[in-house]
Design a protein around this ligand. Structure first.
Ligand SMILES: [Zn+2]
Length: 55
């Protein structure tokens, strides 16, 4: 587990998946072990995630 401190940056966001700093992220909701988790993904990872949930 990574500490979440780096998300405190005011400029940009850190992608949850690839950990790149990006200006704009897409919020997504993961379901893990019956728990809901909201995470931020960059454009590329978001596109991949969309593909993955399509099945
Ligand atoms: Zn990413």
């Amino acid at each position: 587990m990574q500490p979440t401190g780096r998300r405190a940056f005011c400029e940009g966001y850190t992608c949850y998946h690839c950990e790149h700093q990006v200006e704009k992220v897409h919020p997504v909701t993961f379901y893990e072990a019956e728990e809901e988790r909201n995470e931020m993904l960059c454009k590329d990872c978001y596109a991949e995630w969309l593909e993955s949930i399509k099945g």
